[in-house]
Design a protein around this ligand. Structure first.
Ligand code: ZN
Length: 481
């Protein structure tokens, strides 16, 4: 500390020759600047030649430079006048002020250290060490201590202090290790929890697929794919009752054993699986029936069926796409008049319960439709409703075609868009979609209600479809990225 102060004092020495470290003395600065080994020297705009010139004029240090008045006009230039000299003076002043501040700060620190040392020298025990603080608190500075907060928050201790509140952190490898071991400890508990859940309606989906090029590297030339997709089975409440990472495509073969085990768990919990929602209904129906029994119905998830219409729409993102989706949703989901009135009643009751004076309030049709428990009608009615919409859209497309054909030449209005693409593939997709409707893959089961009332909140929730798996997938995606 003392050495630092002496160095700072030397830096401000204005004797003729100056100290070796004194950059403000121009003689020393000239020596430093002549050598190319020195960098970051002060006064960067004054070169060796200028320094020599200044020394000849009797300017031997930065202070002299500040006092120097260029009466004979050595550094005067017709273009810039005294700008050059003034900029040097500014540089010198800045450097000088910096050094002065540095010395001041160091002197302060030295004084504080000296006082601390003096105090520490007088301590004889821990009571003595604490004494100055307690004395101050109770003594002269009573007025000050009243204003100060009663107890100051504890300061962070140093990084290596094992007894203090040191801000230690885990390295990434430690975090990985922790995650690995915790997952290993948690897994038996999770498995036990899952084994305690039963499922009347199962929702099966393969929501997560690994990109084709991803392999696990074990060594040169040794790569393998541990799994390609993940199976997720949920029950009607959207609780996962089984999951498995599988190899190969979406197939029943690798999961047959697991599904049989699931059936056994259900039997042990006195529950019989009545139905399954899956996105490939007709393909897996027989296989699933063989596993769970012939009484089980296998239905197609409506969300997947709805999404498949997008491929035949000219542009699913534009207005007509939105109109088609909304209309299709109204065609598929039917709210009976009884249910409509019940939903209206429920909404009004809920409102009155919240605000007893608001008896005149009536819900909008949109609110009632949202509240009402819609059902998917039986195949014959559903086919009629869906076909009516398809025919209407095709009729609109024919009108649009006439409109396009009869357009006057040079008309710059944007071309009106059709609903459907005109191709063989589009026709095939319509046939394929309708085949599921006819087979009853979408219609609600007759033996089971797809709506369940929450006894606590009184609200209804839907047990149909695999949407809960999709939202689960979205949640997992958010967690990872
Ligand atoms: Zn089907």
């Amino acid at each position: 500390m003392k050495w630092q102060v002496s160095s700072a004092t030397a830096a401000l020495d204005f004797s003729e020759e100056g100290n070796a470290r004194n950059r403000l003395c121009f003689r020393q600065l000239l020596k430093s600047k002549s050598s190319r080994n020195n960098r970051n020297l002060p006064l960067p705009s004054i070169g060796v030649a200028k320094l020599k010139q200044l020394l000849d004029l009797g300017v031997s240090n930065a202070l002299d430079l500040l006092r120097f008045e260029d009466v004979i006009g050595v550094f005067y230039s017709r273009r810039t006048h005294n700008a050059k000299l003034n900029s040097w003076k500014a540089e010198a002043d800045q450097y000088f002020q910096k050094k002065k501040q540095c010395l001041k700060d160091l002197a302060k620190v030295l004084a504080a250290k000296k006082a601390e040392y003096k105090a520490a020298d007088q301590w004889h025990g821990i009571e003595d060490a604490l004494a100055p603080v307690t004395e101050e608190d109770s003594g002269e500075e009573d007025v000050v201590s009243e204003e100060a907060p009663a107890s100051l928050p504890l300061l962070f201790s140093s990084m290596t202090d094992p007894c203090g509140y040191n801000a230690r952190f885990l390295s990434s490898s430690q975090v990985n290790c922790k995650q690995e071991t915790e997952s290993r400890h948690c897994k038996p508990m999770q498995d036990a929890k899952m084994m305690g859940l039963s499922g009347e309606i199962l929702k099966i989906d393969w929501p997560y697929k690994v990109a084709g090029k991803i392999y696990v590297y074990q060594g040169p030339g040794q790569c393998f794919k541990p799994f390609t997709n993940m199976l997720n089975v949920q029950n009607e409440d959207g609780l996962t009752i089984a999951w498995k990472c599988t190899e190969g495509g979406e197939s029943l073969d690798p999961i047959r054993g697991d599904l049989l085990r699931l059936k056994r768990w259900n039997t042990r919990l006195n529950t019989t699986t009545k139905g399954i929602h899956i996105d490939v209904c007709c393909k897996y129906r027989q296989g699933l029936k063989r596993i769970f029994g012939q009484h089980v119905w296998v239905k197609l998830d409506v969300f997947h069926w709805m999404r498949r219409w997008d491929s035949i729409l000219v542009n699913s993102k534009l207005e007509k796409g939105a109109i088609f989706r909304t209309s299709m949703s109204r065609a598929v989901f039917l709210t009976t008049s009884d249910e409509y009135e019940q939903a209206q009643r429920r909404l009004i009751d809920r409102r009155v319960k919240k605000d007893p004076n608001d008896k005149e309030w009536r819900p909008t049709v949109r609110q009632i439709m949202k509240e009402g428990n819609s059902m998917i009608p039986e195949p014959v009615i559903l086919q009629q409703r869906v076909m009516a919409l398809i025919r209407y859209c095709k009729f609109c497309d024919a009108e649009t075609d006439i409109l396009i054909a009869s357009r006057p030449e040079g008309c710059e209005d944007p071309l009106p868009l059709c609903f459907f693409k005109k191709s063989m593939e589009a026709e095939n997709i319509v046939q394929e979609q309708m085949s599921h409707v006819v087979k009853g893959c979408l219609s609600d089961p007759s033996d089971l209600s797809v709506h369940q009332r929450n006894p606590k909140t009184g609200l209804f929730y839907c047990r149909r479809g695999t949407s809960s798996i999709e939202s689960d997938h979205r949640g997992r995606f958010k967690l990872w990225f």
